[in-house]
Ligand binder design. Structure first.
Ligand code: KIV
Length: 273
């Protein structure tokens, strides 16, 4: 069997992701927010590491992603970039850093690229942010779109339920996907939409689609690392598959350490000078 496009590639670029879609090779994406986790992820051969503004939830304990600042995203992104050699590193533009106008959007994207060394940025939205998308891409910065459930707009939606279930919203999403492709996005994240719509968008656009709760007929999948590793416990949407139960492992290790300290069995003779 010949090596996959991803395995035989050096550094993953947006062009490699396009080749993967053309070749029907699925794209794996996970989030990371720090150097150590990013380094582990990169060693697995994952294609894309997303420095998501979900850092607001899993790193900072906020209820929504809205409080994340540009400085905080740059801090997380720069830490991740140091741990990654192969994967494409994509960074979320945080809420408020690109919605006002395209000039500010470009300024924010340039700061992320210059100060973190990341490879691309991600913006939430369709037609309403299209000027910003266009301006960032015209400056040579690759952009990943994000449609469907866009958590930065939670106060407009009022709920995190599945999006685009009615035909009008589904049609708008399809049009937005086409628009993002026309303006030069290298891919689109589709979050929490019906699987049939995920498949339809994936067939309609030529660029890769990355689903999170968008079914299996998309070009790749993304999950939040802390959710799929079972570090977070309360968050259990239907689309989330847990691949580990690290919260239990971490707590058991820490309890064992506490016992060892209290019983004076740590450190032993070999663990001292
Ligand atoms: O912030 C994030 O982690 C994301 C993914 C869930 C797609 O945008």
């Amino acid at each position: 069997m010949s090596a996959s496009i991803s395995q035989s590639a050096g550094k993953i670029t947006t062009h490699i992701l396009q080749k993967m879609k053309n070749n029907k090779e699925k794209i794996a994406v996970l989030t990371a927010y720090d150097y150590s986790m990013a380094k582990l992820l990169d060693r697995t051969g994952i294609e894309v590491v997303l420095v998501g503004d979900s850092a607001a939830n899993v790193m900072a304990g906020h209820k929504t992603t809205l409080p994340m600042t540009l400085e905080q995203m740059i801090y997380h992104a720069a830490s991740v970039v140091k741990g990654v050699q192969k994967a494409l590193v994509v960074v979320d533009l945080p809420f408020g850093s690109y919605q006002a106008n395209s000039k500010e959007a470009l300024y924010s994207a340039v700061r992320i690229m210059k100060e973190s060394g990341a490879d691309a940025v991600k913006l939430e939205g369709g037609r309403e942010i299209i000027e910003s998308v266009e301006r960032i891409i015209s400056a040579g910065i690759p952009v990943l779109g994000h449609l469907g459930l866009t958590p930065q707009s939670i106060n407009k939606f009022g709920t995190y339920t599945v999006r685009a279930t009615d035909p009008k919203e589904a049609q708008q999403l399809l049009e937005d996907a086409t628009l993002l492709e026309e303006k030069g996005c290298f891919g689109i994240v589709l979050e929490k939409i019906p699987a049939t719509l995920g498949a339809k968008v994936t067939q309609s656009v030529h660029i890769p689609t990355i689903g999170i709760g968008a079914g299996n007929n998309v070009d790749g999948q993304v999950l939040v690392l802390h959710d799929m590793l079972g570090i977070t416990q309360q968050f259990s949407p239907r689309f989330l598959r847990r691949y580990a139960n690290l919260s239990a492992d971490i707590m058991s290790a820490v309890k064992q350490y506490i016992n060892d300290v209290k019983s004076a069995s740590f450190p032993n003779e070999n663990e001292q000078y």
